[in-house]
Design a protein around this ligand. Structure first.
Ligand code: FE2
Ligand code: FE2
Length: 178
């Protein structure tokens, strides 16, 4: 038996105790209530982003609006996927994801902002993506190696937010130069 591992009898005994916790075992090293709190904030952020992108998709009009609207829609769908994956992880950790619209904007990191023209919509979305990138990076660093599954989930989402920000920067530059 290697010296970093719990002996086999203790592993078996611990696995039988608290069986109702499902995948959360004695080895779970993160601060669980705090992780659920942070995931709830991330869920609220994603849902606010879904609503903002969808509004921008429907509000985008005028010349050159079609490719931009298509990008808004694609981002809205990807943010929805992020929200669902975060909610699923909260459930695995014994939490209950909150989708109450009354509390979403207070819990979210990003803001729900609309705009009259296309370029301002793109700018607002880029700001929101940059907020998401910064907060996901902080959460990932805070988790460290204490909850590898949540960390991997958030790392995957972070990579998509970085793509979103890059897409928006390209759109902003193309719109400004047209
Ligand atoms: Fe997202
Ligand atoms: Fe995003």
């Amino acid at each position: 038996m290697s010296d970093f591992m719990t002996d086999i009898e203790t592993l078996r005994r611990n696995a039988r105790a608290n069986i109702e916790k499902g995948p959360v075992t004695e080895s779970y090293a993160a601060d669980l209530p705090r992780v659920l709190d942070v995931l709830q904030q991330a869920l609220a952020t994603e849902l606010v982003c879904v609503l903002r992108y969808r509004q921008h998709y429907h509000a985008a009009t005028g010349m050159n609006s079609e490719p931009v609207a298509a990008e808004f829609l694609e981002h809205a769908q990807e943010e929805q996927d992020h929200a669902d994956r975060i909610a699923e992880r909260m459930g695995q950790l014994g939490g209950t994801p909150d989708f109450n619209p009354d509390t979403l904007t207070a819990k979210a990191h990003s803001e729900y902002r609309t705009a009259d023209d296309l370029i301002d919509m793109v700018k607002e979305d880029l700001v929101a993506e940059r907020i998401a990138i910064a907060s996901y990076t902080e959460i990932i660093n805070w988790l460290g190696d204490k909850d590898p599954t949540t960390r991997r989930l958030l790392e995957g989402i972070l990579a998509v937010e970085e793509e979103h920000a890059d897409d928006l920067l390209t759109l902003m530059e193309t719109q400004l130069s047209s």
